[in-house]
Ligand binder design. Structure first.
Ligand SMILES: Nc1nc2c(ncn2[C@@H]2O[C@H](COP(=O)(O)OP(=O)(O)OP(=O)(O)O)[C@@H](O)[C@H]2O)c(=O)[nH]1
Length: 510
């Protein structure tokens, strides 16, 4: 057996530093701060050794006559009386009670006020007793070699509440009456009222008693999340939550929420949880009988688990339905968005790209050419004498001509090219990776088309149009941005206008 641990000063100091000054001062001034007598400390030390025989516990316990008497009384309580001879010694009592009940009795007797009154301390003790049974059953499944230590830790996880109750009796009693369930909310309420919660205060108290640092750390982290690889830690963290569900006024709802959280850990199968729940009632009855504790709601584990799973299933169904509806909404919105986006790029009259889209594409293309040493050309087209057409045939006919010219451009350009309406009767074609020579060939095809195909027939009379076109190629000038490239093509187009219209000019060549 190892000896009693000395207080780990560094750990105690760092935990004291974590508490606000007013709280640590108040805790230290508290008259009845829970204390752990030497005998209980020694029992906990024994419990740290996984293979310690019951006789080791009995030997430690018999040094304290009061504790021994309590243990013998517990061993001779209702559940154990069927045995032929009442237990008379500490060893007989521990043997009859078994490890879990022995530990629970020792800690109950040393920490828990007697006789129990219906108050927050009793609620707390009820919770940890149920939690300890849960922890022990879970440990049998997940880490059988640590059953004893997990059970002890589960019993100690809420000692911080006892410390808060003795330090701020009235305030804490009210707080715990309000917030008894759920426990997670309690932790937040404690932080708001006392500047710290019972896991920190419990760890501090354990360090003050001189409990081994693994116990102190375990209490500190006892209420953290379920995502941990350490099975003993998981057993401890689950134990409190399962106990809360068990003791909740609406156990099936609480359990359903817990099962949902548990699904994330993927450590416990539904079968394992079922097995656990079916073992719990008997074990809890046994222990609470020995300790004269009543668990207020007698729970039928079968019904509870079934109800919880049903709730979870319904919840999943509602959630799926909601997700489906959201997905549909999203699809509609996306369709709507892409239609809007499409509309924001298209000139409604000609169905070609609009100016904004042309400029955006040109900017991107220009940057890409610079980055990758590629080239491109642009063709700037201005329809000739459009004002005259409008004046002569009317604005609507002018519109129709623009629309038909749009179709002409769309039919003569290739899929990688981008033709758009730059302004009133001005058009621009972007030709990625093409030289001025290729751009000229395209311009010539357009000119030929306009020459050969009338845009309209008005009163059986064919109406032809002409265009002035300017071309600029990135490779033929020192252009520092896309704007300069368009300007160059525009100037070439003006050169044609000035020269009498209907023609093609290439920047740098004419
Ligand atoms: N029908 C119609 N006309 C438009 C549209 N946008 C611009 N215009 C007309 O196009 C004409 C352009 O006139 P100008 O800039 O003088 O050019 P132009 O008459 O084509 O003469 P040049 O370009 O010098 O050959 C104006 O009368 C505008 O009103 C449009 O969407 N529909």
């Amino acid at each position: 057996m190892t000896g009693l641990s000395a207080v780990n000063e560094t750990l105690y100091a760092s935990l004291t530093n974590e508490l606000p000054d007013f709280l640590s001062n108040a805790l230290l001034r508290a008259a009845n701060l829970p204390s752990l007598p030497a005998v209980a400390m020694q029992v906990l030390e024994v419990a740290r050794s996984p293979r310690a025989p019951l006789s080791d516990y009995a030997r430690v316990i018999e040094r304290d006559p009061g504790l021994t008497a309590r243990l013998i009384a517990a061993a001779n309580s209702v559940h154990y009386l069927r045995s032929a001879h009442p237990a008379q010694t500490s060893l007989e009592a521990t043997q009859r009670l078994g490890l879990d009940a022995t530990l629970a009795t020792v800690l109950s007797f040393t920490l828990f006020p007697w006789p129990p009154a219906e108050n927050a301390a009793l609620q707390t003790w009820r919770r940890v007793i149920v939690a300890a049974v849960v922890a022990s059953k879970l440990a049998h499944q997940l880490c059988p070699e640590k059953v004893g230590s997990v059970f002890t830790l589960a019993l100690l996880q809420d000692i911080g509440i006892l410390a808060i109750l003795t330090t701020y009796p009235d305030e804490a009693e009210t707080l715990y009456a309000e917030h008894q369930i759920p426990h997670a909310r309690l932790v937040n309420a404690e932080r708001r009222r006392f500047g710290s919660d019972h896991t920190r205060i419990g760890a501090w108290l354990a360090a003050k008693w001189g409990l081994p640092s693994p116990i102190v750390h375990a209490i500190y982290q006892s209420h953290d999340g379920f995502l941990t690889d350490d099975m003993a830690t998981l057993c401890l963290r689950l134990s409190g939550s399962i106990a809360d569900a068990w003791l909740s006024p609406e156990p099936s709802t609480a359990l359903a929420m817990l099962l949902k959280q548990l699904a994330v850990t993927e450590t416990l199968t539904t079968n394992a949880i079922e097995a656990l729940f079916h073992q719990l009632p008997e074990q809890i009855d046994l222990l609470t009988d020995i300790l004269d504790l009543t668990v207020p709601v007698p729970v039928d584990s079968h019904t509870l688990l079934e109800d919880a799973q049903q709730l979870l299933y319904q919840h999943a169904l509602t959630l799926t339905a909601r997700l489906d509806a959201q997905q549909q909404q999203l699809n509609t919105l996306q369709l709507h968005n892409s239609a809007l986006e499409e509309r924001s790029r298209i000139d409604p009259l000609t169905q070609l790209a609009n100016r904004a889209w042309l400029e955006e594409q040109l900017q991107e293309r220009f940057a890409l050419c610079n980055e990758q040493g590629r080239t491109m050309s642009v063709v700037f087209i201005d329809l000739d004498h459009f004002k005259v057409l409008n004046d002569q045939y009317g604005h609507q006919t002018g519109d129709l001509i623009l629309e038909r010219f749009g179709k002409t451009l769309a039919s003569l350009t290739r899929s990688g090219d981008l033709a758009g309406r730059y302004g009133g009767e001005e058009f621009l074609i972007i030709l990625p990776d093409e030289t001025a020579q290729t751009a000229r060939q395209l311009a010539e095809r357009i000119a030929l088309h306009l020459n050969e195909q009338p845009m309209l027939k008005i009163d059986q009379e064919a109406l032809y149009i002409t265009a002035s076109m300017g071309i600029a190629c990135l490779s033929d000038g020192n252009f520092s941005n896309e704007r300069e490239l368009i300007d160059a093509a525009d100037q070439s187009m003006y050169f044609i206008k000035r020269s009498g219209r209907r023609g093609i000019s290439v920047h740098g060549q004419d």
